[in-house]
Design a protein around this ligand. Structure first.
Ligand SMILES: Nc1ccnc(=O)[nH]1
Length: 434
């Protein structure tokens, strides 16, 4: 049940609480009025005036006192794995470890027919849409001959969800499998380029990392692609592939957007080493995305031992160095993360708690909205006049109320009208994942 019922069509939402940065102001939260007309945000309240005024100002529209309800633009979830989502019932992680995840997923690849991937992906997109997300980047497992089939499903989903969810995809291929002239990667890169997707890889500290990265960037430059890496998702402080990625970007003068995800290991390195790498990341202009829920699940998990580390990257230090830092969902109900529902309010709540995004002057709310949009090239979410009225409205008047409850009773408007927020039932997937 929604906490309030809003009419379709034009309306003025009086007394809403919005993050100042999203209406181009400084500070934390601001109380304002938002008028919605023709599916777009207008400034202030549309006042009924006498005849003789421009037509636009003479309409009479409902005015609703929102009593301080928080309003956000719809969210951007820039790092997900829609092709893996919801396989948990048939492919659970045996011990919650990273290796357990990798091996379980690899064995499950045999089940990833196009209809299987499509059913799970569409389910996940319905969840994301209902929670108030408008743009998503997903990684696509591309080895084991999956690229042609799974990118085919992406194309179908992009068409089906056009206007509702802006969907981007990035191939996911282990760096030690990337060669310029042999193996599967040349064909995968071609599929990525032809579909206008993003070139992606997961880097490990392999002895020939530099050569493999140069082969990767060969394709990124040949096809003029944006790139997205899974980087150092480990508690091994000697895993410093982030440094090599930053150095390679600088050496090549690579100018397209580069995203690096996870980057967990810098936070267990000696401080001076981490600072050096962070400076390089800033110089290379890399966009960092942290995946706190998945990191907390997989990192520092040793049987019979209580975790002592939260698993996340150095978000505050990266931000202070001028790096564009974002947060995203990562996996949902698969061996890499047993939970999750592509709910960016959950991601914002958990990231705030895990990474201590509270008690700072930094407008961290941007890390779930404008920062990921910048990293991926999605339309910038904003509450400024003229923006589409794609809004998430919560029955909370400030951060403590917002993060204390899951906001399951939130209202989502798309083009100014409330959407049906009913979540799909897991039972729907029983036939394929049980
Ligand atoms: N965290 C993750 C690493 C690699 N693959 C995934 O699906 N998730």
């Amino acid at each position: 049940m929604s906490f309030c019922v809003l009419p379709s069509g034009a309306k003025t939402l009086k007394n809403v609480t919005v993050p100042a940065s999203l209406i181009g102001q400084t500070g934390d939260l601001i109380t304002t009025d938002l008028t919605i007309k023709d599916g777009k945000i207008k400034e202030g309240e549309i006042v009924k005036t006498d005849a003789g005024q421009p037509a636009e100002t003479t309409i009479d529209i409902p005015v609703i006192d929102m009593q301080g309800a928080m309003v956000f633009p719809t969210f951007v979830d820039m790092h997900t794995h829609l092709d893996k989502g919801h396989i948990w019932p048939r492919a659970s992680n045996p011990d919650g470890s990273f290796m357990g995840a990798l091996e379980t997923v690899r064995a499950d690849h045999a089940n990833w027919s196009a209809p299987d991937v499509e059913a799970r992906m569409d389910f996940a997109l319905r969840c994301a849409y209902a929670h108030g997300t408008k743009a998503i980047r997903t990684h696509i497992d591309s080895l084991d001959n999956l690229a042609a089939s799974s990118f085919g499903v992406i194309k179908k989903m992009q068409e089906k969800w056009a206007g509702k969810i802006d969907l981007q995809a990035s191939c996911l291929v282990a760096i030690d499998r990337i060669f310029k002239d042999e193996g599967d990667f040349p064909a995968i890169a071609k599929i990525v380029a032809e579909g206008g997707h993003t070139l992606g890889s997961v880097t490990y500290p392999v002895p020939d990392l530099k050569e493999r990265l140069l082969d990767f960037f060969h394709f990124a430059m040949m096809y003029d692609l944006e790139v997205d890496f899974h980087v150092d998702e480990t508690d091994d402080p000697t895993s410093d592939t982030l440094r090599t990625i930053a150095e390679t970007v600088l050496e090549l003068g690579f100018k397209n957007r580069v995203t690096v995800g996870h980057c967990c290991s810098i936070s267990v390195m000696p401080e001076e080493t981490a600072d050096e790498i962070i400076a390089l990341v800033a110089k290379a202009g890399l966009n960092v995305v942290s995946l706190p829920m998945c990191n907390m699940y997989l990192q520092d998990r040793y049987k019979g031992r209580t975790p002592r580390w939260r698993g996340v990257t150095m978000a505050h230090e990266l931000h202070a160095a001028g790096v564009n830092v974002s947060f995203a969902s990562d996996n949902t109900r698969d061996p890499f993360y047993a939970y999750g529902d592509l709910d960016m309010i959950e991601v914002m709540r958990e990231a705030t708690r895990i990474c201590h995004l509270d008690h700072t002057d930094v407008p961290w709310v941007n890390a779930f909205l404008t920062n990921p949009a910048t990293a991926c090239g999605f339309d910038a979410p904003t509450l400024a006049a003229g923006a589409p009225a794609d809004l998430v409205i919560c029955n909370a008047r400030g951060w403590t109320e917002l993060f204390a409850r899951p906001q399951s009773d939130r209202v989502v408007l798309r083009d100014g009208d409330p959407i049906d927020r009913t979540l799909p039932s897991y039972r729907e997937l029983d036939a394929i994942v049980s």
